[in-house]
Ligand binder design. Sequence first.
Ligand SMILES: N[C@@H](CCC(=O)N[C@@H](CS)C(=O)NCC(=O)O)C(=O)O
Length: 229
Amino acid sequence: MAEEVKLFRTWSSPYALRIVWALKLKGIEFETIFEDITNKSPLLLQHNPAHAKVPVLLHNGKPVCESLIILEYIDETWTHNPPLLPQDPLEKASSRFWAHFGDHKLMESIWNVFTSQGKEQEEAMATSIENLKLIDEQLKGKKFFNGNAIGYLDLALGWMANLISILEEIISVELIHTDKFPHLSSWIQNFSDDPVIIECWPPRDKMVTKFQIMRDNYLTRSICQVKPA
Ligand SMILES: N[C@@H](CCC(=O)N[C@@H](CS)C(=O)NCC(=O)O)C(=O)O
């Protein structure tokens, strides 16, 4: 029986992009269902009632949610090359650890740079730089996080490769200097050079417009919050 693989995503979600990349790298055929997160479909709500978020992978009618969990599911279900997670338990644990760090500490610190100004932004910059240094160290002497081929952690941190430069462009701040982060800068280049990766990037001009609007909304909201009611 032919397998049915469907992916609920939005055009811009960096979390969903991880799944698009993983499925394409593994050569899995899938159908894409584009969601509008301002008007979520009943099917999305049915398949991800806990969070109502994309991505959701539907495999033969069964949903799998949360992008990092979906990556592991894909790797365990379609075991052919390329493998995404390392086999070695310690390396596997380390990959999961840094993916978690990326989604929580790193993403939050960079988001704080993007959605603030003045002193608050300077403090967020300092925190982001400390976090980026830790990632840079992980890449010392390596083309990708687990060696010579793109794997789980590259996909988990893949958002950095284009989103950071989009945010930098909007706020006219340089976060990733080549001198400060030589390994991370090379990784961004190597990752972005892969045809499967670039083929799936959302259009840059559309992303700039979307994130510019998000920043404007954040700043307006925080100014309103300090105004007397
Ligand atoms: N931890 C989740 C995050 C997913 C997520 O935040 N998705 C956003 C789109 S980028 C979403 O669906 N947001 C809808 C909402 O918050 O209502 C994952 O890794 O899958």
